[in-house]
Design a protein around this ligand. Structure first.
Ligand SMILES: [Zn+2]
Length: 335
């Protein structure tokens, strides 16, 4: 998929710039993201969560989270349950000139790719569907601002965007008789991507209550590897399928935490160990592995298409759709 090529991919290159919160770079990155949806995916609702945090080490800073959402046409807001896919678009302030290709420019670019693949399939599904009022599955992409600490990571110097949005959504109430009482309870699964795109990732299963979704990803990965779709050759990324519930523990602080604290189900896709270039000048386009990036797009695309129950024919020609089609074939054979 040339759009995600580390060298000159159209969805990726515009994000490979320094983009600390509150700077021109962050504004440019945000404009690139919003322009993409406005020009290419006009059916998606864009929400800007724009706020100033006065309690940063550098004084008042303006932050903007971007949310891109597509719900079934005509669905009542308080009835829709959404799959959230999230990553942060800001980059670390120091060292000066830091790019953060894996942290998390690539994840953001991949979300655009997945949105594009999904969009055509959703349009086709919802055009054909009868009994639309019963379809309550929506999709939401969150591009967080202010994940990185400005100076050193503390409870108040980090996760600026996620802390704000979780609070706002907890207080955004849907009037009765909505079956989802708040915007926060409209989230069925919160998938957080971080530090992806480098070679040889190993992704543990961090949370017992979303291990079922982790196992779906492991299954998709196996199918993609067995097909000719991917050339990434390394140990399985989703290796942790047999984990025993008694040993679940994650101490990684990231944008999911303010949501998880409020009861949202989270699947955290972050490698352990972190990429070797983590928080160094080495985290630029050279840190991204072209085959790994391609496989991530296939796995995530496949997962999101499956979740949204979109028919494969609508997206014929797209590699993630082929992966889902193969996965369904396997499921049928197993039955
Ligand atoms: Zn970081």
């Amino acid at each position: 998929m040339p759009q995600l090529d580390p060298e000159n991919g159209a969805l990726l290159s515009p994000l490979l710039i320094p983009r600390p919160s509150g700077t021109e770079g962050a504004k440019k990155a945000l404009k690139f993201l919003t322009d993409f949806f406005e020009k290419e995916l006009p059916e998606w609702e864009l929400i800007l969560d724009n706020f100033t945090d006065t309690n940063t080490p550098h004084g008042p800073i303006n932050f903007v989270n971007l949310i891109a959402r597509r719900d079934p046409p005509g669905a009542q807001k308080g009835e829709v349950g959404r799959l959230v896919v999230a990553a942060h678009y800001d980059s670390k302030m120091l060292p000066e000139g830091f790019i953060g290709a894996t942290d998390s420019a690539f994840s953001c670019a991949m979300m655009l790719y997945v949105a594009k693949v999904l969009d055509a399939a959703l349009t086709a599904k919802w055009a054909e569907e009868h009994g639309l009022e019963e379809d309550t599955r929506g999709i939401e992409l969150i591009f967080f601002d202010g994940e990185e600490a400005m100076v050193t990571w503390t409870a108040t110097d980090s996760l600026f965007g996620a802390r704000h949005l979780a609070e706002v959504w907890e207080e955004t109430i849907h009037h009765p008789p909505a079956s989802r009482p708040s915007e926060l309870s409209s989230i069925d699964l919160f998938l957080l991507l971080d530090l992806l795109g480098a070679a040889g990732p190993r992704i543990p299963s961090y949370f017992a209550t979303t291990h079922w979704a982790y196992k779906h990803l492991a299954r998709l990965e196996a199918i993609i590897r067995a097909s000719a779709l991917s050339q990434a050759s390394s140990k399985p990324w989703f290796f942790d399928t047999a984990r025993s519930p008694s040993v679940w523990r994650s101490t990684i602080d990231d944008d999911h935490v303010p949501f998880m604290k409020r009861g949202v189900e989270v699947l955290h896709l972050i490698p352990t160990p972190f990429p070797g270039v983590w928080h160094t000048m080495g985290d630029d386009k050279n840190a991204l592995d072209v085959n790994v990036c391609r496989e991530w797009a296939l796995v995530m695309g496949g997962f999101v298409l499956e979740w949204m129950e979109v028919g494969v024919p609508a997206a014929v020609g797209s590699a993630p759709a082929q992966a889902v089609s193969k996965a369904n074939g396997v499921k049928r054979e197993l039955k």
